[in-house]
Design a protein around this ligand. Structure first.
Ligand code: ASP
Length: 295
């Protein structure tokens, strides 16, 4: 059913270093959210749009995801990503993956070409190779960029801020919802550690009512029930999108974490709450003026 109402909301990760100049990130988010708005206005699906948005953020090197990711305690970048199509109720993800240039493309390939939801480590790498996805020749120089120093700056400032994630949620003109999320995880994390991001229902979720992408301390989001808990608070608890987002973040705080999320419901209502120190975010839509915010 064509409703002609569409929305795109992006985040570039919870946690902001107040001493850093975010002008480049703000300009990037503004340009990207405009491009996603145009795609949706031209009839692109929510799924294609969120995949595009996250792939662009991964490639930019401006965020702690894809290019710009921070290394683990073995000095290796391990990426996690997930994508979900709310219309088909189908998801794909990869975790602890090395050498894959755009983790969200691999997550989409898992969604489209396997009966599984999550592929890990070497298995994810082999799968990406088989699908001829772009691989990285030298992960140490590809992922850990000079601009990726944001994570190192953050570490000096506050260990708790040394992480980052990117995400996108969209409602398209057919009334379909999708969510995509990608992360380099926590800076200096133990090798093999996987957080909430690639786990469908926790860091990322979309169904026919709502699409959600989370960012923050992954363990706390897992204990709090994550994105699907937000959907359940709406479906069974009768909460509004805002109430459900706030309730999830309160549960995250109770579980010794902080963070934020972007969410859109089937009516095109958007929520972008956070209880971290800032969250890079942007929104635009057929009935919503474009805004970009950091704090
Ligand atoms: N949620 C991510 C993780 O715990 C990190 C982040 O969002 O900054 O791996």
């Amino acid at each position: 059913m064509m409703s002609h109402n569409y929305v795109i909301a992006l985040h570039g990760g919870a946690g902001v270093n107040p001493q850093r100049d975010y002008a480049r990130v703000e300009a990037h988010l503004a340009d990207l959210v405009d491009r996603c708005d145009e795609m949706l206005a031209d009839g692109a699906s929510a799924l294609d749009t969120v995949e595009f948005a996250v792939a662009q953020m991964e490639s930019s090197g401006l965020y702690v995801a894809g290019r710009g990711s921070a290394p683990n305690d073995q000095n290796v970048v391990e990426c996690d990503a997930a994508i979900m199509d709310g219309a088909r109720l189908k998801a794909g993800g990869i975790c602890a993956a090395t050498d894959i240039a755009q983790p969200i493309r691999a997550a989409r390939a898992v969604l489209e070409h396997t009966p599984y939801i999550l592929l890990a480590g070497d298995g994810a790498k082999a799968f990406a190779r088989e699908l001829n996805l772009e691989m990285v020749a030298d992960p140490a120089t590809h992922f850990v960029l000079p601009v990726g120093v944001e994570a190192e700056e953050m570490l000096k400032l506050d260990k708790g801020l040394a992480h980052g994630t990117v995400g996108a949620v969209a409602l398209d003109m057919n009334g379909e919802l999708a969510a995509a999320t990608s992360t380099g995880g926590l800076l200096g994390k133990r090798a093999g550690r996987v957080g909430d991001t690639p786990i469908t229902g926790i860091g990322n979720w979309a169904d026919s009512d709502v699409a959600v992408s989370c960012t923050g301390i992954g363990e706390a989001f897992i204990y709090a029930g994550g994105a699907r808990d937000l959907a359940a608070r709406m479906a069974y608890g009768g909460q509004s999108l805002e109430q459900a987002g706030a309730s999830l973040l309160a549960a995250v705080a109770q579980n010794r974490g902080d963070g934020g999320l972007v969410a859109v419901d089937r009516y095109g209502k958007v929520a972008m709450p956070f209880n971290s120190a800032g969250m890079k975010r942007a929104v635009s839509g057929s009935q919503i003026d474009r805004t970009v915010s950091i704090l």
